[in-house]
Design a protein around this ligand. Sequence first.
Ligand SMILES: [Zn+2]
Length: 472
Amino acid sequence: MLIRNAEVDSGTTTDLRLTDAIVTGIGPQLEALAGEEVLEADGGLLLPGLQDHHLHLLALAGALDSAACGPPQVRTAEELAQSLLQHAAANAGDSEGWIRGIGYHQSVAGDIDRDWLDRLLPTRPLRIQHRSGRLWILNSCALNLLCAGDDAPLERIAGRPTGRLYDGDEWLRQRLGRRLPALARASGLLASVGVTGVTDASPHNGPDEIRHFAAEQARRHLLQDVLAMGGAELDHAAASDGLRIGARKLYLREASLPTLEAMRADIMAAHAAGRAVAIHCVTVTELVFALVALGEAGHQHGDRIEHASVAPPEVLPMLAAAGVTVVTQPNFVYERGDAYLAEVGAAELPWLYRGRGFLDAGIALAAGTDAPFGEADPWRAMHAAVTRRSRNGALMDGAEALSPERALALFSASAQDPGGPPRRIVPGSRADLCLLDRPWREARRDLSAVRVQATLKAGQVIWQRQPRAPAI
Ligand SMILES: [Zn+2]
């Protein structure tokens, strides 16, 4: 394939030749060969395909098949009822008629329970997930279907299950059986925003998930490269070019931290197995605990902190000393900023989802959207990293703003080196590419307005925007 008139790196435009999966030529006015496909770039910026450094593929696929239950789509109890009923009417559900909702937040209808859901949908099994990803709320029909007996890890009041299930994903998965969702829709969505590689940060990834990713790639339902985190059971999992095993994910919860000794042992065991660790930290306590444990265990290249949602100045030297990469979610500034401004105390607000502060302290920084818990659009995330504006336009600590170039770099490094230098397109590069509808000097003015014109994986167009109808 010949790509004509694309901006590559330098601000000037050039042509590129792709041979199979590789960029084999870059230069002005390359001559099309007989039978060669030509893609006109019209001066648009051509980038290495983006890497979303933190998302959850299976949950994203599930979310695309679920009813919205929280902001911004759903803000009131009436809207929640409407969303669930519409979804139930439109979907016969899966084989057992399950209805699934996601993104619930108590600002919608308070601390709802099985009785609330029963009044709405008494005859179909229904489960809705809290936005935090830590809580499911089930109706009575769902509880019956799951045979939720006394051993079920459900919240109870006076002995009766409320329908609220905290940190019960594993239990739910076992009860529901292992039906892993098809990934074509999720993959297509990612391709449409220029993503050619993802890091799946799900802590429960095991051999079944890895086999599913591989099978979906083989069927060409899943078009992106995957770096899959997971637990120790992946230490010896088979990898391929397009599917690699990443860091061991260690998930901290402030309310039930392990002992420091246990944490240190987990980190050392991962390192001994040749794997880095990726530690989920959303509170200051979790972050400090992780850094103390890393300090004692010793760090290894590739160790990461996921989220580092609250990072006050006193922890920055610890982060720098630990040599870890912070993988942040700037899209939360936009998506959740208004809720943070209402709910987070003044002492922590300035240190939420920082950008500039990490870089100035010499800490390697990368980003992922955390889809489906965030929207799977790196361009919106980059825009939020630059503007620091919430959905309602509130400014979230402007001193943390990044330049558009630095924001782009958050999604441009390789999967294996998330805080490292942005990949570049040179002869010999893999032809994993993302073509924008405009040159960089225009794109950088408003990254949220950027549209991806075409996405290529291994030299093949995996997504292309339909040409606009000519104006009459
Ligand atoms: Zn996540």
